[in-house]
Ligand binder design. Structure first.
Ligand code: 26V
Length: 793
């Protein structure tokens, strides 16, 4: 039994003996380290026990390969899953510290760009909760996603430095170290291929335990850092060539230095390919070493090992596993390929053509000469197996290696991340491969962990839920259904509204501290937070904001519902159009927020540096969830699920998992608008679609004119000429065509919100019907349909 008193003693012990500080002089950081170590101690026993059981029962393990893990903070999450949250709060209070300040001192581990990386983090937590023996494999980037600030409304990027201070959650594993070769050439010796690398680095492991709900199981997140194989070329140094002498160290230091911050356009950079191979090769060497510790026959590998590729970033895994089996273990190529296929699964996360990875055969063949041969061999084999296949199907085409095709052909399952997306993967992305392998593509709709995204981030609502239906929903989110009978109970609705208001008051105070803008907690909090991308259409939202501003000014006494428009998100540093949209939002905010006519009826806020921790503040305080991508473009979305769980109805298009959200919650509790994916394709056939839509909509004409005239950029009236020109002439994402439908849906939102009981009922039904979107359900799907693993608990 852990009580606040024993925990307090542990904290003080760690403060003295681990941190080396007297309580008299301890800083916030010192207290955080002491508390983190006291919690970490309690993870060790379940962690060792899970590992021991996996070995003893010779259980199959999942290896989740991902270039990104967007973890966020770990301390509070650990206290929640250890069942120590109240004790930790009490202990810190007794020690004269504010628990919120202490957990808030932890920097986010921002080792990811957005949805794909955050999904990997939710999956790790769900696998630990379900007792699915697994390892996450990733890169221990020294610098995660850049820090965003605004200068006169423009995005500025600064390096992120999460490892500046000691990171209490990881264990260095100097004994787990592998050589990762690159470049060089391939020789044939005794009929066998021998890769003679031109350079190499070591991959060294750092392990972070991942504790599941109620500490019943724990897994490992193993992140690799690069180190030089030869620290220093002494001979070159002695000859006076100082730069060349440091070369081995330079390669190693750059390899795991920084996360690529562009998740929108694939660029074909050699360093990125090296990072991908670095992760994949280290992981596979580690997997085979572990397997061979207790098994002799590599042919049984698929019975014991499932390897999941998170998008194509680790798609070299198929070729690498074949290389290890053939070159190091003397297996025949076809047998090796068959084993690789049965081990591997591939998850696709995007249909956007500009984000699909294809390496020039030159870059690929230079960095990975042996893999180039193996890829051609795989391609040749596949052609031979399917002689009837169209000639244009294949991995290597037009001097490019297509990583999607490589991943597909080397896997036994390929999955999309929502029902609609999977459909489009079948029809548009891999139609020929799907025809050849009709059972390979399956759906696994994304989910999010309810421990972090409800229990932890929304104590007000989770308290009410537990008071109403008891506990147990944390690990069985479908139980939220039991809330449904209560949504007609005025007392419950009042309590639901109070919980939301508590969160909104807290957010309002924070917004004032960070942005200086004062907002009314009783206004409708309308939230769009995610990476800035044209297809996500933050532009549509800000155009509606301008239209609303104009309409309020023209008729201030028309009984408007006060709104706070909240935007947050980063643009890829080189994505000029997205940066322009950020600038416009900030410019509109500056004008609107200072307008005495509209006053509290409309505010626009854009707190800088959106990350996991900011999402944990925004999501519980949202009234309305903006999920307004051009239909057919958002693979799934996971933010949409977080808002739904926390009782925010969606205004959205029929895109990604919105389709399933609508299905679960019902049309009365969802503000649907816009063209469908099929209509989008149709609409683009009219080359004048934007012009036609604009000319048919006076509000849109007015808004575009105001922006073009410099109403929001008086210091530089032409600032948005290009942006407006693009809406008129190159509106690929159909902002103009969906504008009127969006305005109408926003009007519906106003009407619904002004009827408080109606709104609260909608909000509560969103929570009650959100059970499907737990990542526990998603992981069960992967375990059944892809990994063939039974839970250990
Ligand atoms: C792509 C690239 C391209 C090359 C360089 C670096 C880089 C890094 C990340 C990506 C991933 C883009 C794909 C992605 O994040 N997809 C999102 O995945 C979510 C989880 O499945 C899903 O909810 C979102 O709808 C989808 O956009």
């Amino acid at each position: 039994m852990v009580t606040a008193t024993t925990l307090q003693a542990d904290i003080l012990r760690h403060l003295s003996f681990t941190v080396g500080k007297d309580p008299q002089n301890a800083t916030l950081f010192d207290w955080r380290m002491a508390l983190s170590h006291a919690c970490r101690d309690r993870i060790m026993e379940p962690w060792f026990a899970a590992t021991r059981r996996t070995w003893a029962e010779d259980r199959k393990r999942v290896y989740y390969l991902s270039m990104e893990f967007l973890i966020g903070r770990l301390l509070e999450d650990a206290t929640i899953n250890l069942g120590l949250h109240e004790e930790a709060e009490a202990a810190m209070r007794a020690l004269g510290q504010d628990f919120r300040d202490v957990v808030g001192d932890e920097p986010d581990a921002a080792l990811g760009n957005g949805g794909l990386g955050r999904l990997a983090a939710c999956f790790m937590e769900s696998m630990a909760t379900l007792g699915c023996p697994s390892y996450g494999y990733g890169i221990r980037y020294e610098h995660g996603l850049f820090r965003q600030s605004f200068n006169a409304g423009r995005q500025i990027e600064a390096p992120e430095t999460w490892l500046d201070h000691p990171h209490p959650w990881e264990f260095d594993r100097p004994e787990a170290q592998y050589v990762i070769p690159f470049k060089g050439h391939v020789e044939t010796r005794n009929g066998a291929a021998v890769w003679v690398p031109g350079e190499s680095v070591f991959a060294q492991a750092h392990d972070t335990p991942v504790i599941g709900w109620q500490a019943r199981w724990a897994n490992t997140l193993r992140l690799w850092s690069a180190r030089p194989t030869d620290p220093f070329d002494l001979e070159r140094f002695n000859h006076g060539d100082y730069t060349a002498a440091a070369q081995p160290e330079t390669l190693a230091r750059t390899l795991s230095r920084v996360l690529y911050p562009d998740d929108t356009t694939y660029q074909g950079k050699e360093l990125r390919l090296k990072q991908e191979y670095f992760l994949t090769s280290a992981a596979l060497q580690d997997i085979l070493r572990r397997y061979l510790q207790s098994h002799a026959d590599l042919r049984a590998l698929p019975k014991h090992v499932a390897i999941q590729m998170n998008d194509t970033h680790p798609a070299i895994a198929g070729a690498e596993l074949i290389r290890l089996l053939v070159d190091d273990h003397r297996m025949e190529f076809r047998e090796a390929l068959h084993i690789a296929q049965r081990c591997l699964g591939y998850t696709n996360h995007t249909l956007l053509p500009e984000a699909l990875e294809r390496w020039s055969t030159y870059t690929f063949g230079t960095v990975l000469p042996r893999h180039m041969q193996i890829v051609e061999q795989i391609d040749g084999w596949h052609l031979e197996e399917h002689r009837a296949r169209p000639h244009y199907v294949g991995i290597v085409k037009h001097h490019e290696v297509r990583m999607g095709e490589l991943a597909f052909i080397t896997s036994h399952r390929v999955n999309g991340v929502s029902a609609l997306h999977t459909d489009l993967v079948r029809k548009n992305l891999f139609p020929e491969l799907n025809a050849l392998h009709p059972d390979r593509i399956i759906n696994q709709t994304n989910g999010v962990t309810p421990r972090r995204w409800l229990k932890m981030c929304n104590p007000a609502l989770s308290g009410l839920i537990t008071d109403t239906i008891g506990s147990g929903w944390e690990a069985d989110l479908d139980r939220l259904k039991a809330l449904e009978p209560h949504v007609t109970d005025p007392a419950f609705l009042r309590a639901f509204g109070e919980a939301k208001r508590t969160n909104k008051v807290r957010l309002a105070a924070w917004l004032q501290r960070t942005t200086g803008v004062v907002v009314d907690p009783d206004a409708l909090f309308d939230v769009q937070v995610k990476r800035i991308h044209e297809y996500k259409r933050q532009l549509l939202n800000i155009l509606e904001t301008v239209a609303r501003w104009k309409a309020i000014r023209e008729n201030p006494d028309a009984g408007w519902v006060p709104r706070v428009k909240i935007f947050a998100g980063k643009s890829a540093p080189g994505y000029a159009v997205a940066k322009e949209i950020i600038h416009l939002i900030n410019d509109v905010a500056a004008v609107v927020n200072n307008d005495p006519v509209t006053g509290d009826l409309l505010k626009v806020v854009y707190p800088a540096n959106y990350n996991v921790s900011m999402a944990e503040r925004l999501v519980p305080a949202a009234d309305l969830s903006e999920q307004i991508s051009t239909a057919g473009k958002e693979a799934s979305g996971t933010g949409n699920m977080k808002f739904m769980i926390n009782g925010a109805p969606t205004i959205g298009t029929l895109d990604g998992a919105n389709v399933e959200i609508l299905q679960e919650v019902g049309a009365d509790n969802f503000f649907l608008f816009g063209l469908t994916a099929e209509e989008v394709v149709k609409r683009r056939e009219d080359p004048e679609h934007a012009r036609h839509a604009i000319e048919a909509s006076q509000p849109l004409l007015d808004v575009l004119q105001m922006i073009a005239e410099g109403r929001f950029s008086p210091d530089e009236p032409e600032r948005y000429h290009q942006l407006v020109h693009r809406v008129w002439n190159h509106d690929y994402f159909l902002v103009a065509s969906d504008f009127d439908s969006y305005i109408q849906a926003q009007g519906e939102v106003d009407r619904a919100f002004s009827d408080r009981d109606r709104w609260l009922k909608m909000a509560a039904l969103n929570t009650a019907r959100s059970g499907y979107f737990s990542s526990d359900r998603t992981i069960r799907g992967y375990m059944n349909d892809i990994w063939d693993i039974d839970p250990a608990i």
